[in-house]
Design a protein around this ligand. Sequence first.
Ligand code: HSE
Length: 436
Amino acid sequence: MKPVKIGLLGLGTVGGGTATVLQRNAEEISRRAGRGIIVDFAATLEIERAEELGLEGLRLTENAFDVVNDPDIDIVVELIGGYSPAKELVLQAIANGKHVVTANKALIALHGNEIFAKAQEKGVMVTFEAAVAGGIPIIKALREGLSANKINWIAGIINGTGNFILTEMREKGRAFDDVLAEAQALGYAEKDPTFDVEGIDAAHKLSILSSLAFGIPLQFEKTYTEGISTITPEDVEYADELGYTIKHLGIARRTEQGIEQRVHPTLIPKTRLIANVNGVMNAVLIMGDAVGPTLYYGAGAGDEPTASAVVADIIDIVRVMTSDPNNRVPHLAFQPDQLADIPVLPLEAIQTAYYLRVCVLDEPGVLAEITTILGKSNISVEAFIQKQPKVGETKVDIILLTQRVNEGDMNKALAQIEALTVTCSHVVKIRVETLK
Ligand code: HSE
């Protein structure tokens, strides 16, 4: 059989990794796929660098539309990232009847519903394993390996940069800004680190996981997103004292009222396996009703780990590209006409436990005032720490861990606590999950 021809859009870190893996493992890949796979055409703005890769017979262009419009190309691999022109290129490739592989989480999270509908109409596949947690085959696990289960919840460390920063803060007592500067110097974080540290990158990935887990359309805009830039070394230390580690988690949970879809710093018990996922590594914990908890761990970024996911997608497509389009694994795990209209809940409606750090004047009766407000709000305190004030200081931090409560009720109680004359600043609130 004729080899399948790949058109690569982008020959940067992941594009270069993809070409290298396809070439290095060509024999093994063709034994798996049943056909040879060759990178035939690539679009890059760095033609000279691309030539240095030494890919035999590879045609190069600076115009990515040349690749998507080339009649010889069977599968377009989009690795340029961002919204535009990635979206236009992918839609054009689909319109031309080509299958698409993409690593672009932002594109799938925001425009996936439209892209999959168009792909369905044309009978082509759009695969995106590399879009979530890099090399970890998490899309495959959710869409296929766990398809017998009703998924109850997912909790993932799905941004390596944020995990590196929190790991350094915990292990070395360093401040957020200091570690961020190092992460940028090491090339983990972008020059503009907003997407990583403010949770947008994780929210893109979480909205994809949530859709696959619960059979709902992609709804990135409804994902609550809070970053890690306000986490202080004190909070990391207090959490540790209470037996917890702070991780930046993406959490998607099915409840009777709807779906919780949220990214925020989270205290989790130090004893959980996922609490020990450190540095730039990613991990996703999935709770299925039949299988129970399953944990997936690996590299969330990097040239060859991401290429591992991209090439696996290419092989999947090659294996079934001649099959009936109506009998393929659905893009979003559930049949397109079976996507459910379950609401994604607003933040006030979620339920979780809380770590609260309240700065108060060191006076008699202060603690009673705070616990009275919590008691009247039906919020039960699970653990408590108060340090002695430093010499000459009139203020002191008290730390409370609460039981699970509705976020809206917690916010009302906090407004009352912040209005007390004895509290000296905004209460620090970090959500707590036991992941049981
Ligand atoms: N910027 C991402 C991270 C990697 O730090 O995990 C690509 O998704």
